[in-house]
Design a protein around this ligand. Structure first.
Ligand SMILES: NC(=O)C1=CN([C@@H]2O[C@H](COP(=O)(O)OP(=O)(O)OC[C@H]3O[C@@H](n4cnc5c(N)ncnc54)[C@H](OP(=O)(O)O)[C@@H]3O)[C@@H](O)[C@H]2O)C=CC1
Ligand SMILES: O=C1OC[C@@H](O)[C@H](O)[C@H]1O
Length: 432
């Protein structure tokens, strides 16, 4: 496994197109997957068929290995960080438990759940050593001296309270997105983290994957000129979420804009490298009076950039008949060309970065960094790499800063304010 810890700062690493490998070369040399492959194949022919086959094998291999990764042995000179998970949340296995298996310095040591049985069943299923069950279990887990880092995948409306409690106990926190219900709460959490000298990270996992870096580096290379407009979408078909999902609960910080929308806003801000100056328009499709099932918003950004975000938790079938497909795409139009990214959010399964300029298009892939990762590393695995490096005092390959997290919540709130739906309720938790 290619792992170079401690010395990497890859904020700009994948810019050099000299690293690119033509896919045909990759096939002939039998390498598994290039850092960045440029697909220059012409019409459908034997070669393209072989490429397609490799692409399918690559897909199967990445999906299989990422869900059942090789287990890493602890390093002789570094104590693994023991994580505790608050809640037997659906996202916990993908976001932390499975990625930790292949990380030599991370162990998910404990889980807490409001029901003892649920906690025990979850721990058994995922091989977690320590179990806390019952109504006081979250605090008990936080207070456990063995636990160094807390993973907080609670409903959005509980992020603030339990992150504050974990930080107050001197624990590092990997906090699910969106950071909280408000920018003010987000600011307070980061201030406490600073005061306590611990790490706090909002889990915008896609930002740690090579795809986000590659897109950003193409934009920064000047090849396409200045960004003119962006469109970032995350839309899931109806049936993906149950009616009683936390995302449809206003009291718990629900709404499409909070959930999928927080990424679309993050990606808009990341790809443009700018902050919106105004919200031009907002359209919600409501699930209930205060819950947006779908939101479309447009923004004005410095440099005459116009951006659109679209998030939908439950896109209805076309003509009431044809199931809608997930849309996880970003489209960035520039002065001299454009980039279309298919699946910027979960790129490990499959993605494409299509760059068009001067009437020509190329397709790039970015499953690994030149010096970091494996094709099967999910965005969560890359994120864990960065989190562990930060806790260990090393330079992570990517990071979401305090300012970034606060700004993202401000933009979310500005959209809800513009539409009149209003920010999600403030937590009534008052820190000691
Ligand atoms: N990074 C990513 O890709 C993803 C991030 N997320 C984020 O993770 C968080 C959790 O999402 P998800 O795992 O889908 O949610 P789940 O509903 O599966 O999990 C939420 C957990 O919160 C606990 N909980 C505590 N109080 C309540 C309450 N009043 N009502 C409901 N649950 C409560 C429950 O734990 P207990 O077991 O103690 O009952 C439950 O397991 C959200 O913030 C979401 O935005 C979600 C999906 C993907
Ligand atoms: O990545 C995600 O996919 C599904 C969403 O509902 C979830 O909250 C989000 O983080």
């Amino acid at each position: 496994m290619k792992q170079h810890r401690g010395s990497l700062n890859m904020e700009r690493a994948p810019v050099d197109t000299g690293h690119h490998t033509r896919r045909v070369g990759v096939l002939l040399t039998g390498s598994v997957e290039p850092d960045y492959a440029i697909d220059c194949t012409p019409n459908l022919n034997l070669h393209q068929f072989v490429v397609a086959m490799f692409s399918i094998f690559g897909f199967i291999s990445r999906v299989r290995t990422s869900s059942n990764p090789p287990e890493a042995k602890p390093l002789p000179n570094s104590k693994p960080i023991k994580f505790g998970v608050l809640g037997a949340a659906a996202i916990a296995p993908a976001a932390l438990i499975i990625p930790a298996k292949s990380h030599p310095e991370a162990v998910v040591h404990a889980v807490a759940a409001r029901s003892k049985d649920r906690a025990a069943a979850f721990a058994k299923q995922h091989g977690i050593a320590k179990v806390f069950g019952g109504l006081n279990s979250y605090q008990e887990l936080i207070d456990d001296p063995e636990i160094e880092a807390i993973y907080n995948p609670l409903p959005n409306g509980l992020h603030y309270e339990w992150t504050m409690k974990a930080l107050a106990a001197g624990k590092h926190v990997l906090l699910e997105k969106p950071a909280a219900n408000t920018a003010e709460e987000t600011r307070k959490m980061f201030e406490l983290a600073e005061a306590k000298g611990v790490v706090l990270l909002e889990a915008f996992h896609y930002r740690f994957h090579p795809v986000a870096f590659r897109v950003k580096s193409i934009l920064e290379s000047g090849e396409l000129g200045a960004v003119r407009s962006t469109s970032t979408t995350l839309s899931l078909p109806r049936g993906y979420m149950k009616a009683d999902d936390i995302r449809f609960d206003y009291g718990l910080g629900g709404g499409a804009l909070m959930d999928m929308g927080c990424y679309t806003i993050q990606a808009m801000r990341y790809f443009t490298g700018a902050e919106p100056t105004s919200v031009l328009s907002v359209k919600h499709d409501l699930q209930s009076p205060q819950i947006d099932r779908k939101t479309v918003a447009t923004f004005s950004l410095p440099g005459s950039i116009t951006s659109t975000i679209l998030c939908d938790l439950s896109a209805p079938p076309t003509l009431k008949l044809i199931p809608s497909m997930p849309n996880l795409n970003a489209h960035i139009k520039c002065e001299k060309g454009e980039i279309k990214v298919m699946n910027y959010i979960a790129p490990t399964t499959y993605h494409s970065i299509t760059v068009t300029t001067g009437g020509k298009s190329r397709v790039e892939k970015a499953y690994t960094f030149p010096e970091l990762g494996e094709p099967w590393w999910t965005s969560y695995r890359y994120q864990l790499e960065a989190f562990v490096n930060k806790v260990k005092g090393r330079t992570p390959h990517a990071w979401i800063t305090k300012e970034d997290s606060i700004k993202n919540m401000e933009v979310i709130e500005s959209v809800y304010t513009k539409s009149g739906l209003g920010s999600r309720p403030k937590s009534d938790y008052i820190p000691n």
